[in-house]
Design a protein around this ligand. Structure first.
Ligand code: CA
Length: 711
């Protein structure tokens, strides 16, 4: 027969739940609760329930138990250590132990280093300092416990570049952890490193404010950007790859940073570059990962630095990269992953305050709305504070210009609201955007930061999947088609998307157009080029090229914020791989040869960007302006045509006609006004200077093309 192990756990600050074998149950069962230091804890009430083969005890204490002590439940002759259970997820715990100090983490000065960590359920905390990253033996120093469960110690002396770990006694065992606020780490994040951040101040080039609708976002992965053999970039796969100028491809055209400048994008959005776990930093070329597996949120990933063994180098090189991008007029948005951690069981969060940082289902199981094994509980006070402190740190220390919140739908709405408000105080023009997918995390729908609740957080933008799907077909069905690849039913929704999804004719998603991130592809899912090979496999490449170009024109001419997946302008392919998060470079790299192969198409996109930047008509700020100036035009099946009128107070062009022909025939459209029309987009050419002039009541638009004219 299985032996039943008695156990006890704290579920509220004044309640312990215990379970003992039924044979130890007696009418006069003696129950006593003591702290390890011998002090008795007065009990108010004990409730017994017989659940064969055990007796469940619910022990209510007179007062709240103070955390920071080990408790022992004396149950007849048994002494049960009391484990910390779901008490850490109660409101009382959050209210009593919330700490609002700004000194968490490591603080270095020449004469001393201080460590401060929030660990209310720990009963002892120490720090070990190691002279070298690989040392196993070090110098141990004790912490002192302060109010709110904060532990701190200040060690005199100059400890610059020493490494450290914490030892915490929790749940009757010692855990070794690294401070979640740590700014620098050793290779693979095994230890923290004490750094003098003052030494890494670089000259920055503050850029003028860019309003959201004026941004053009370009999403790229650090490694993908330069790893291709013909990138012409020396520091392949590294932060420094973004700092090289005058780099050229095989046929001598611009690559790298110079190319970004030439293309005219305003923001690069970088896939995660805080320390993540899936790439061995000792062998960065043996693995590839997008990096959505965070370990240290304040520290930098080592595999992108030229020397991952030195925790300082990555800080220096990342700063150099950001400063260089700024110097070239490009702002930087960071992709941040506050929805889950790499492995929750071994995370510093779990080792420091077990059970606190993650969300649980009602049945006690770990929530998994993210689909990767854990959901971070943003609604808890110290989690929310951690997220805010981290974002502020990146803005202040690294001069980051915006954040892309991965799976933001996991956040509680209140946290998103607080982020919105508090970050605005630091940098009013910080660009905030997120994935507002509604995921099965245990929060009521009205408390989730999803696209459906976008109106509640009007200065955060959302990836507009509705527009994306009507452009090129659903992500969930490989062969589903959208406007560009043969689905004429999408016309109404395409017009909505072109009008910023603010509720032009149908139900809207957003309060203002800048909330809409307009895109047809990103790092996730098939690239559009690959999708077209499934939806339109019989079509010639030339036809698919036109479809693709039409899609990019929709994105760049729509009201809202255009977002390009790097290489989309030269028909990026991932060789048919959908979820390429850990696929080799061959699949993920930006193929600079294609950039040279599709030179004309790149020019088309570049000129669309220039046209958008030169004409505020495509960057309207409000729903009212959109409703006032945009009028749909009569158009045949599978064609979206609209007219923008009375723009004289907004744009140098007074009337604009835009026609997107998704059909396979040349169509005829009646123009809204007589007189001369200056054609600026026709077939595969975009030009800011009119290509030609027509003076006719009707215009003909070629299959699968965009046409634009003004007067
Ligand atoms: Ca790492």
């Amino acid at each position: 027969m299985e032996t039943i192990k008695p156990c006890a756990e704290m579920i509220k600050l004044n309640e312990i739940k215990a379970s003992v074998p039924i044979d130890s149950y007696q009418q006069e069962m003696s129950i006593e609760l003591k702290r390890a230091d011998g002090e008795t804890v007065p009990i108010q009430h004990v409730h017994f329930s017989l659940e064969n083969p055990v007796v469940q005890l619910s022990i209510q204490t007179m007062n709240n138990m103070e955390l920071g002590y080990n408790y022992i439940l004396h149950c007849n002759h048994e002494q049960l250590p009391v484990f910390i259970g779901e008490v850490v997820r109660t409101r009382d715990f959050d209210n009593l132990y919330y700490y609002d100090g700004d000194d968490l983490g490591v603080c270095y000065t020449k004469t001393s280093t201080s460590f401060t960590v929030w660990a209310p359920t720990a009963t002892d905390v120490q720090v070990t300092l190691f002279e070298n990253a690989t040392d196993n033996e070090g110098l141990r120093f004790p912490f002192t416990r302060k109010a709110k469960g904060v532990w701190t110690t200040t060690i005199p002396g100059d400890w610059e570049n020493w490494c450290f770990t914490y030892q915490l006694y929790i749940q009757h065992v010692w855990n070794e952890a690294v401070d979640p606020y740590v700014q620098a780490v050793t290779v693979n994040g095994e230890k923290g490193v004490i750094v003098d951040m003052e030494k890494y101040q670089v000259t920055d080039y503050p850029l003028p404010v860019v309003e959201k609708q004026d941004a053009i976002i370009y999403e790229v992965h650090i490694r993908d950007f330069s790893i291709h053999p013909h990138s012409g970039i020396k520091h392949k796969g590294k932060f420094l790859g973004f700092t090289e100028t005058k780099t050229k491809g095989k046929k001598g055209t611009k690559t790298g940073l110079d190319y970004l400048v030439e293309l005219g994008v305003t923001h690069v959005e970088l896939l995660p570059l805080h320390d993540y776990g899936s790439v061995d930093e000792m062998n960065p070329n043996q693995h590839y990962n997008w990096g959505y597996d965070p370990i240290h949120y304040f520290a930098v990933e080592g595999s992108y630095s030229t020397n991952p063994l030195d925790g300082r180098v990555r800080i220096k090189e990342l700063k150099q990269m950001i400063a260089t991008l700024h110097e070239h007029g490009i702002k930087v948005i960071l992709d941040v992953v506050f929805n889950h951690v790499y492995i929750w069981e071994s995370s510093d969060f779990e080792k420091i305050v077990p059970g606190y940082y993650f969300r649980y289902e009602e049945n006690g199981e770990m929530a998994n709305g993210t689909g990767v094994g854990n959901d971070i509980a943003s609604e808890r006070k110290m989690v929310r504070k951690f997220i805010l402190d981290c974002l502020k740190y990146w803005v202040r220390e690294y001069k980051i210009d915006g954040f892309r919140f991965d799976l933001m739908g996991i956040f509680d709405l209140e946290t998103a609201r607080i982020i919105e408000n508090e970050l605005k105080d630091i940098r009013p023009d910080l660009f905030l955007l997120g994935e507002g997918w509604d995921l099965p995390t245990p929060l009521p729908f009205w408390e989730k930061a999803t696209i459906k609740n976008a109106r509640e957080i009007p200065t955060i933008s959302f990836f507009n999947d509705r527009f994306r799907d009507v452009i090129r077909g659903s992500s969930f069905h490989k062969t589903d088609r959208g406007f560009i690849n043969g689905n004429k039913e999408t016309v109404g929704e395409v017009l909505e998307g072109l009008c910023g999804s603010i509720g032009f004719q149908n139900e809207g998603l957003f309060t203002n157009p800048a909330q809409s991130i307009n895109y047809m592809e990103c790092h996730d899912n098939y690239t559009v080029w690959d999708k077209l090979s499934f939806t339109n496999e019989k079509e010639e490449e030339n036809v698919r090229r036109k479809m693709h170009q039409l899609g990019t024109a929709l994105v760049l001419l729509a009201q809202g914020v255009p977002f390009l997946h790097a290489g989309q302008e030269f028909f990026r392919t991932k060789q048919g791989v959908e979820n390429s998060y850990n696929s080799p470079d061959f699949i993920n790299q930006l193929d600079w040869d294609r950039k040279e192969q599709f030179k004309k198409d790149v020019m088309y996109v570049k000129n669309l960007i220039a046209l958008r930047k030169a004409h505020p008509a495509f960057r309207l700020k409000t729903k009212a302006e959109i409703k006032k100036h945009i009028q749909p035009l009569q158009a045949p099946d599978h064609v979206v045509a609209y007219h923008m009128n009375d723009l004289y107070e907004i744009d140098s062009w007074n009337n604009i006609v835009v026609i997107h022909n998704g059909s396979w025939s040349t169509v005829e459209i009646s123009l809204p006004y007589p007189g001369q029309w200056h054609i600026v987009i026709d077939e595969e050419t975009v030009s800011l200077i009119p290509l030609y002039i027509v003076e006719d009541e009707k215009i003909h638009v070629k299959p699968l093309t965009t046409m634009m004219m003004f007067q």
